[in-house]
Design a protein around this ligand. Structure first.
Ligand SMILES: C=CC1=C(C)c2cc3[nH]c(cc4nc(cc5[nH]c(cc1n2)c(C)c5CCC(=O)O)C(CCC(=O)O)=C4C)c(C)c3C=C
Ligand SMILES: [Fe+2]
Length: 426
């Protein structure tokens, strides 16, 4: 592994140049080599401090801690980055009496915190030390605004029509208390302590301006757990994410992000996030044979390949029939009916987390998918596809939509700017 300069991990000794977001003289090799060697020494000597005896050039175990996403940019972080192992989704409502000025001050605080934590630095105030010793760990913090934020802040004229409430779907079993919200924060990281540290800092920053409306915790596979990089699996055991638009696709930017000339102007380079807490009825699903599960999706469970053959990325042969004249990929197969070419080109970037909130009294797992999808316009992404799924998706017998929210996620902040500044000070 090559040497790579990274910002210092969160320690009180971190020098001033780290606080300014500049790379300092701690190399990934030094940071992770020390951590790895400390573990070895503790294992051998039962609690001895490893630093003094650690070899200076120990081989890093992984680069997980040192990987860093950038806070500033055209788009907010947390949309096009790879899935992270740990996630927290949290919605806040503005407190009684809090309006535009309090919201602007809050977004300024949140942005300052996100910038520092994503660089692997301590929180600006009263850092809890929960993430001490860890590098940035691919932390991303993403902010959005819900429909009712605009009336609460006197900004109705700035509310995008794309934020109109999602239509009701016949399969919805939504809990209002766990849906919607004025403000949305998505946190993702490849280390659970780094993710929690960010969640707690964001909650504390809210102070008396906003209170948590709902919060859910999710997870994905840990980087390095598989022999080679793979598309993630969900809790039904399926490879999930194959058909996602790729940043290299010609239409990607236009499908996922609001154009520079888009309306309202403050949403330029932003995106819309649809968040659905979808419970998986795993007891029913797991009773199906693998072959029956594959008919539900239209792809092989082992490798995600279409049932018509080939590998994960092979095209689906939708017209192919078997000896009985039946479609090899059934008409109700989830992967058939969600395709953009079956939905007037509707496309979205799915970036979910799995969740598990324990077991109900009868042993039923409260587990499933925190479905998060990103698009330039929900009426040309999530809505038409979900309408179609509502009418005849073989998967619908095995899932239940329990919570829903839609947020306008503005473009990324430039240096010196906070997220949402163009809305709140425009
Ligand atoms: C309204 C949008 C969608 C919801 C809700 C949804 C729920 C859902 N999906 C799976 C598992 C899979 N989905 C797959 C493909 C797929 N799903 C959607 C949309 C929704 N899914 C799209 C747009 C696509 C891609 C279609 C394409 O372009 O080919 C797959 C196949 C593999 C893949 O392409 O990702 C699986 C598996 C679950 C379990 C679930 C709710 C819990
Ligand atoms: Fe799907």
């Amino acid at each position: 592994m090559t040497e790579q300069s990274i910002p210092a991990a969160r320690t009180p000794e971190a020098p001033a140049n780290a606080a300014r977001g500049e790379a300092v003289g701690v190399s990934r090799r030094t940071l992770l080599g020390t951590a790895g060697a400390t573990g070895l020494v503790l294992g051998a000597a039962g609690g001895a401090i490893g630093r003094a005896t650690a070899p200076a050039q120990a081989t890093p175990l992984t680069s997980v801690g040192s990987d860093r996403a950038m806070f500033h940019g055209k788009h907010q972080p947390g949309i096009t980055e790879g899935l992270q192992a740990c996630g927290h989704l949290v919605a806040f409502d503005l407190a009684a009496g809090a309006g535009r000025a309090e919201a602007a001050a809050l977004l300024r605080r949140w942005s300052a915190t996100a910038e520092r934590l994503m660089a692997g630095e301590p929180a600006p105030h009263d850092d809890t030390a929960v993430a001490r010793d860890a590098g940035p760990s691919s932390l991303t913090v993403t902010f959005g605004f819900g429909h009712d934020f605009f009336s609460r802040t006197g900004l109705e004229k700035q509310r995008p029509t794309a934020l109109d409430p999602l239509p009701a779907f016949s399969s919805d079993r939504l809990d209002k208390a766990r849906s919607d919200g004025h403000l949305f924060v998505q946190i993702g990281a490849n280390d659970a302590l780094v993710a929690f540290h960010a969640l707690r800092a964001i909650q504390k920053d809210a102070g008396s301006a906003a209170r948590v409306r709902w919060q859910v915790n999710g997870f994905n596979r840990t980087p390095g757990a598989t022999a080679h990089p793979m598309t993630a699996r969900n809790l039904m055991g399926q490879i999930d994410g194959t058909g996602n638009p790729k940043p290299t696709d010609a239409a990607f930017e236009q499908q996922i992000f609001v154009p520079a000339s888009g309306e309202p102007a403050w949403m330029a380079h932003g995106s819309y996030a649809v968040v659905r807490r979808i419970r998986m009825l795993l007891d029913d699903w797991e009773k199906l044979s693998t072959a029956a599960q594959e008919q539900v999706i239209g792809r092989r469970k082992a490798d995600g390949a279409p049932l018509t053959g080939g590998g994960e990325t092979s095209p689906m042969e939708l017209d192919k029939t078997d000896a009985r004249g039946e479609y090899v990929i059934p008409l109700t197969a989830h992967a058939r009916i969600t395709r953009p070419d079956k939905n007037g080109g509707a496309a979205m970037l799915r970036r979910p987390f799995s969740y598990h909130d324990g077991f109900d009294a009868d042993g039923t797992p409260d587990a499933g998918l925190l479905f998060v999808c990103w698009q330039a316009d929900p009426l040309r992404g999530f809505v038409p596809v979900q309408r179609k799924l509502d009418r005849g998706d073989a998967l619908s017998r095995f899932i239940r939509h329990e919570a829903s929210a839609l947020f306008a996620v503005p473009g990324g902040a430039s240096k010196g700017e906070y997220v949402g500044q163009r809305l709140l000070e425009g």
